[in-house]
Design a binder for this molecule. Sequence first.
Ligand code: FAD
Length: 517
Amino acid sequence: QNSMLFIRSFMIFFLTCITVKINLCFSSIPHSLNTLTLDGHFNFDEVHHAARDFGNICQFLPLAVLHPNSVSDIATTIKHIWEMGPDSKLTVAARGHAHSLQGQAQAHRGVVINMESLQGPKMQVYAGNSPYMDVSGGELWINILHESLKYGLAPKSWTDYLHLTVGGTLSNAGISGQAFRHGPQISNVHQLEVVTGKGEIINCSVKQNSDLFHSVLGGLGQFGIITRARISLEPAPDMVKWIRVLYSDFASFARDQEYLISAEKTFDYIEGFVIVNRTGLLNNWRSSFNPQDPVQASCFKSDGRTLYCLELAKYINTDEKDLVNQEVENSLSQLNFIPSTLFLSEVSYVQFLDRVHVSEVKLRSKGLWEVPHPWLNLLVPRSKIHDFAGKVFGNILTETSNGPILIYPLNKSKWDNRTSVVLPEEDIFYLVAFLSSAVPSSTGTDGLEHILTQNKRILGYCETARLGVKQYLPHHTKQEEWKSHFGPQWEAFVQRKSTYDPLAILAPGQRIFQKAI
Ligand code: FAD
C-alpha cells in the first residue's frame, strides 16, 4: 500500500512539474516576444479575429498576432522562435486573407503573422518584352490587377475570386479558367523572397536556390513564408465576351470542354458548372452574369434534370472586335450545346475578373457570407470523370446542392512537376469544386452536418472505386492520410521540411507535421 501511495505522490508531483513547466513556458512567451526590436508590433490582446477563417468551422486562438512592417520583422520573430529550440511549443502561421477552410492559417497558442500588414516595398511593374511585377506576399490579387492595369498589363493566371493574397494562393496553386492555357498561378512566378523556418531570408527562382523555390510553390506554407513574388504579366484586354451554354448530357459537355482546352485558338477562359436543381442555379454566386438565370431566360424546360453549364470568355481589344467575333462564332460552331441556350454578355476586364466580389457584396448584405463553408475541392483524372459524374451527380447529389459545383479540365503539361503540389496521374484532370454554404444551426439538408456527411460519401466513393482523385486545398487530419495524399512525393516533402523548417514551426494549421516537443 505504501508503494502505491509513493507512486501516486510521485505521479502527482511529476504532472504538476510538467504543468508548471508548460505554463511558465507559455506565460514567458509574450515577454520574450516583446523584447524583439521590430518595425511593426505584436498584439497580445486582440487575437480573436486570427482564430477565424472563411470556412467558419475551426477556431484556434493564437497567443499573439504580429503586424509586420518589414520582412526583417518576420525573420526576427521566426529566428527567435527557432533559437528557443524544440522545447518551445510555439508555432507560426502566416495569415493571408484567411480564406482557407479548416484553420490552415491559424496557430493554436502560437503566433499568427498578419501578412496584409506587410505593405512595402511598393508594388512595382516592369513593362517591356517580358513584363513582370514585384509584389509583397501579403498583397491582394485585386490590388495587383488595378496596379498592373495602369500600365495596360495584367497577370496571366487567376483565381475566380481576387480578394486573396499572393502568398495564400501560391501556397496552394491558384487556378481558374485561364489555367488550361497558362498553367496555375504557381507556373507564372519568376522569383520569390522567402523567410524559412530558421528565420533566414532567401531569394529563390528556377536558377537560384531552385529547390526552395519549387518547395514553396504549392507547399501549403510548410517551408517558408513568401514575403515577395515576381509575377509574370501580359497585355490586358479592353473587354471580355462572356458566354454560357447548357448541356443536358455530361458526355457531350465533357467532350466539348476537353476539345476546347486542347484546340489552339479557342477561348481565354474555360470553366463549367453543374446545375443539380433550379435552386442551385439561382443561389449561384456567379449571378453577376446577365441574364442571371439562363434556364429561365430561354424558357428552356430542364424538367428537373441535371444540367451542365459551359462558361467561356474571350478577351477583346476594341480595334480587333470584328475578328474576335468571327473567332467566337467559329469556335461555338464546333460545340454540341443545346442551341436555345446560348447566352452572351460583354463586360469590362475588371468586371469579369472581379465577378465573385459582386456576389460577395450581395451575400454579405444578407448575412450569408460569414456562414460555415464545408467546401470540397477534388482533382479527378480524365479517365474517371464519367464514373465520378454518374455516381456523384446522378446518385449522391440528386436532390440538393448547397452552392455552386464547378467542373473544368486542366492540362497537366502546364504544371511544373518540381513544385510541391500533388496532382492525379493523367495528362488531363478535372477540378470539381463543391462550394457549399451551410445554414448555421440547421439540422436539415442545408446544415453543416449533412453537408459534411455528403462530402464524406463523395470521398468514400472515390476511395473505394480507386479513382486516383487528389484533394485540392487538401484537408487531412492524420499523417497516414497525408502520406497517402502525397503518395510517392511524401519522402521528398518530408526531406524538404527537414531542410527548411526542421522544428516544424510553420503553418501548423495544415496538420501535416507536429512541432517536436
Ligand atoms: P490564407 O487562408 O490566409 O492561408 C492559406 C495557407 O497559406 C495557410 O496555411 C497559410 O499559413 C499559408 N500562407 C498564407 N500566406 C502565406 C505566405 N505569404 N507565405 C507562405 N504561406 C502562406 N483557389 C483557387 O485556386 N482558385 C479559385 O478560383 C479560388 N476561389 C476561391 C474563392 C473564394 C470565395 C475562397 C474563399 C477561396 C477560393 N480559393 C480559390 C481558395 C484560395 O486560393 C485559398 O484558400 C488561399 O489559400 C486563400 O488565400 P488567403 O490569402 O486567404 O490564404
